[in-house]
Design a protein. Structure first.
Length: 149
């Protein structure tokens, strides 16, 4: 019996030899584990995910998609301002997925690319990300008590 048959739903097909180092084989031996959830992200499901990312319209929606990724697939999404000056969405934000077995190299590239594309068309989300990291000074913009003599 094939190892892929042990899973209750379709799983991602393996990458061509030498194209990826996702360690998919490690997860095939653990069909019921939380770590193996990533294998349920088939190419068709990945296309649906990219379409969903394209429909993000707010920072709250972006956070919601990030939580769904983690809960359903175990994918941890990191979005933060780059260490250098933030001038553009392309170079000013670091968008990456945490390393984990089973996460294909292509997926590690396509999800952040889709998020960047979404952010380019919704600059308010970028400002919310910067504000969440206090780069726009939201914390220091709070009213201060008047000076007393």
């Amino acid at each position: 019996m094939s190892q892929a048959v042990l899973f209750q739903q379709p799983i991602r097909k393996e990458c061509p030899p030498g194209a990826c180092a996702c360690e998919r084989e490690l997860l095939l031996d653990q069909p019921g584990s939380d770590a193996a959830r990533i294998l349920f992200l088939t190419r068709e499901e990945e296309k649906r995910l990219i379409e969903r990312i394209g429909r993000i319209e707010s920072y709250a929606d972006l956070l919601h998609v990030g939580k769904l990724l983690q809960r359903n697939l175990g994918i941890v999404l990191h979005i933060s301002p780059a260490t250098e000056e933030v001038r553009t969405v392309r170079g000013g934000l670091e968008i990456r997925l945490a390393e984990q077995p089973g996460l294909c190299k292509k997926t590690r590239e396509t999800i952040p690319a889709a998020i960047r594309k979404c952010l380019e068309s919704h600059p308010a989300i970028v400002y919310a990300i910067l504000d969440a990291h206090d780069l726009l000074g939201a914390a220091s913009a709070a009213p201060r008590p008047p000076d007393t003599p």
